[in-house]
Write a new protein. Structure first.
Lengths: 142, 108
């Protein structure tokens, strides 16, 4: 009986499958192609407490002169708990003038959000912030 | 034709070399594909997958979206005022809908 219960539980899992830390690492690996990720240069700004996981205002700023020879190529936002680890990617360049982007993201529960910046010299930099989500973005059909 | 469901906020004039802030919102449900309707049928995914911004014909921003971006996708970004020209914003969604809006920036 216990076995049957466990199986039923498993059968339900795929419906509300969440990204796991393993999938998050996989997404990071895909972006960096195994290059080391440095801490610093990136500032991720998210609310410490988000009342509504359906729309969480998020800003990523990167310290960069944004010149032809030294600029940010891309900014990625990742989640270890959403159904898809990669939330969004911004591709920019020296024409941006300033490496700062903002958007509203969905969060399927409290988690540590990561912002990853890819520089023109091929290096990667990141920042992570904890967000407590009061009402999560729906992912299970509710 | 109905007005495009777009709101773009940016200055219409700037000095050469000035960095201008741009905000843009597209009205779109960003349907994730995870939700079901009242009779339990899966609502198909339809998200905006991309926004491309060109300035006087040169791409200055390419935004790739996933279901993790909230409905009515909002973006705030910046660009350097180089010369008088048009900024063209082009959104594409899963259904193949392409929405384009342009704004002129006069550079002095």
């Amino acid at each position: 009986m216990i076995g049957a219960g466990a199986l039923t539980g498993l059968a339900i899992l795929p419906v509300r499958a969440l990204a796991t830390p393993a999938l998050f690492d996989e997404a990071l690996q895909e972006l960096t192609k195994g290059a080391p990720i440095n801490q610093g240069r990136v500032t991720l700004t998210v609310p410490a407490i988000a009342e509504n996981g359906q729309s969480v205002f998020t800003t990523v700023a990167v310290a960069s002169p944004m010149t032809e020879s030294d600029h940010v190529r891309a900014i990625h936002i990742l989640s270890p708990r959403n159904p898809i680890a990669l939330i969004t990617s911004f591709h920019l360049g020296p024409r941006a003038g300033r490496a700062r982007v903002s958007t509203n993201i969905r969060l399927a529960g409290s988690q540590t959000v990561t912002a990853l910046a890819e520089m023109s010299d091929g290096t990667f930099w990141q920042d992570s912030k904890d967000v407590v989500v009061t009402v999560a973005a729906c992912i299970d059909g509710s | 034709m109905a007005r495009a469901p777009v709101r773009i906020s940016m200055p219409s004039e700037a000095k050469k070399g000035e960095i201008i802030d741009i905000k843009a919102i597209l009205r779109h449900p960003m349907e994730t594909g995870y939700r079901v309707d009242r009779v339990g049928k899966k609502i198909p995914r339809n998200i905006v997958t991309e926004l491309v911004v060109t300035y006087d014909g040169v791409e200055v921003l390419r935004w790739h979206l996933q279901p993790g971006v909230a409905a009515n996708p909002f973006i705030g970004f910046s660009t350097v005022a180089t010369n008088t020209g048009e900024l063209v914003f082009t959104w594409t969604d899963d259904a193949g809908t392409v929405i384009s809006e342009s704004r002129t920036l006069t550079v002095t």
